[in-house]
Write a protein that binds this ligand. Structure first.
Ligand SMILES: [Zn+2]
Length: 94
């Protein structure tokens, strides 16, 4: 029985640790999304940020909700020369 307790305690500790790590990754993700929203190349007058939103009225990207692949594709579609050049140089162009 003591062994089962130990196993359950270990499983609980792993789950708590995993939840903590996921929570930290989610916070990091939102910080990086905010920085990308603020510095993605459009003028700050195009940015909408009320109530925690992170949208750009010029390029139509929702930096809070759009998936990274969608944002990448939108940058590509908008012909952002520096980003496309970087993606080609690093072999990430899709
Ligand atoms: Zn924009």
């Amino acid at each position: 029985m003591a062994e089962n307790h130990e196993t359950n305690d270990q499983a609980t500790a792993v789950a708590v640790d995993l939840n903590t790590r996921v929570s930290l990754l989610e916070k990091d993700n939102m910080i990086l999304r905010e920085l990308l929203w603020l510095r993605h190349g459009c003028s700050i007058i195009n940015l909408y940020g009320d109530d925690g939103e992170m949208q750009c009225n010029k390029c139509g990207i929702d930096f809070k909700r759009d998936k990274p692949e969608s944002i990448k594709q939108r940058f590509y579609d908008l012909n952002k020369p520096a980003i496309i050049e970087y993606l080609k140089r690093t072999g990430q162009a899709g």
